[in-house]
Design a protein around this ligand. Structure first.
Ligand code: HEC
Length: 157
């Protein structure tokens, strides 16, 4: 029975796909992507690299134990995360985003942008980042996001 309602939730989410296009879904609108590219260059490139390449030796730690800025291209792990987590990470910053998923007191080097960027601007940047991924990776990340949405909907029933 639980399986059945999960399936229903998934189908419902998939059919909502177009309505959510402004938010997490893959957006191939050139205007959205170029707006995102500009915002990325102004706000994110300083740490994550002009070409989304991340910091040098990004898999190591800084002396204070914080992580280095990872790449956002397909070589990194941005695409392992759902839209909700990516959005929260940018809007709230790493420490608050992790607290929201019950990882308390994570000392994050990722600052919050909720005061400088609108929600729409954050989605534009995420659309630009996604546009750098090959199609199979875009598809995998979309599935991760859809599974999470379905789980949340099932939980809220
Ligand atoms: C001051 C440096 C800095 C700036 C500026 C910055 N970040 Fe980050 N970001 C980090 C660090 C360091 C991490 C690594 C994880 C952590 O410490 O929480 C990170 C992690 C992330 C993550 C989650 C990890 C992942 O898998 O990709 C996302 C998403 C992200 N940043 C997006 C952005 C976006 C979008 C911008 C611009 C609006 C931005 N960052 C600006 C330092 C920065």
């Amino acid at each position: 029975m639980i399986k059945f309602s999960l399936l229903v939730a998934t189908v419902a989410t998939v059919s909502l796909g177009t309505a959510l296009a402004d938010e997490g879904d893959i957006n191939s609108d050139k205007a959205v992507i170029s707006a995102g590219a500009e915002l990325y260059a102004d706000n994110c490139a300083v740490c994550h690299g002009a070409d989304l390449e991340g910091a040098e030796d990004w898999q190591g730690y800084n002396e204070d134990g914080t992580l280095k800025p990872p790449p956002h291209d397909a070589s990194g792990h941005t695409w392992h995360h759902s839209d909700t987590l990516l959005f929260d990470y940018v809007k709230l910053g790493g420490t608050a985003a992790m607290a929201k998923v019950a990882l308390e007191e994570f000392n994050s080097g990722m600052p919050p942008f909720g005061d400088t960027l609108t929600d729409e601007e954050i989605w534009n940047i995420l659309a630009f980042i996604k546009s750098s991924w090959p199609e199979d990776i875009q598809q995998t990340q979309r599935e991760i996001s859809e599974e999470e949405r379905a789980l949340n909907e099932a939980k809220n029933k």
